[in-house]
Design a protein around this ligand. Sequence first.
Ligand SMILES: N[C@@H](Cc1c[nH]c[nH+]1)C(=O)O
Length: 318
Amino acid sequence: MTARPIIGLDDAFGARARELRELQRRLLDLFAEADYEEVIPPIVERPDALKSGAGRFLADQTVVFTDPAGAGLLALRSDMTPQIARIAATRLLSEKVLKLSYSGTIMMARPELRGGSRQQWQTGIECLGIAGAHGDAEVMHLAARSMLAAGFTNPVLQVGHIGLLKALVAGSSMPLDKWTALVNRRSPDDLKHAMREETLSEPVRKALLELTGGMADRNWIEANRQAFGADFERAADELLVLVAEVGERMEGDVHVYADAGVMPRFLYHSGILFAGYAEGVAHALLHGGRYDAMMAAHGRDMPATGFSCDLWAWLDAV
Ligand SMILES: N[C@@H](Cc1c[nH]c[nH+]1)C(=O)O
């Protein structure tokens, strides 16, 4: 018999356990200073609370099991954002603006990176009730300050908008999650292969290849604003304004770039998306974005934006 945890999961003890707690404390204190109050949801939910509405995109990452105490099917959370959305939509009704932080274990059905971890110590904030650039900028500032507080060098925020990809592939038969996965893989060859079956215009094919090739920066977005219809233009303008605003007001040494190739981890986002990177770290350190549609699906039509990171991954990378 082996006493090690199952593959993709891990124990922390000694210095590592201490460091995880210290990092958690540092981030929760930073969030508290910015008026974010902690919420502590349970680790299991009814599957529909995690998977319904815009949260359904978590379905293939969520472990579901039968409750031995007879409550039917239970789901182990694979992301805390839908839980915060549930709480905001059903329990904290008296407040118009909610600023909430959280830090807890989540488990995914499969690792995101090959040979990677299935558990995360997901820590983040959700800012609910503030529409548009104002809320996005606040959340992005805190995301940047979190990377600085953890000691990352030369942190960067890359900002995209799901509306850009949606507008590009609007005429395609392939579902959006397949497109985001393809762009995320950053392999132009895979993309070309997938596009063979699709009826897309030549300019759209070219644009998708540029997104995947990491070439869709601010200049690209400016040059293409009007090339793909009104929805594309609206998303491009929203993105360009936000990046200029956040970049100007960013404290500390954090760079903010527009990149139309930034894709979400889960497809519940409805607007701006961002990912955080730092020197010497190959993968994204945090993910965030706007998800107004998920709140509506939970029955409270409310603007919402937030970000989350994984303390286990941060400790390995810092
Ligand atoms: N929970 C999302 C990030 C996020 C938080 N709020 C909005 N988006 C993720 O882990 O990818």
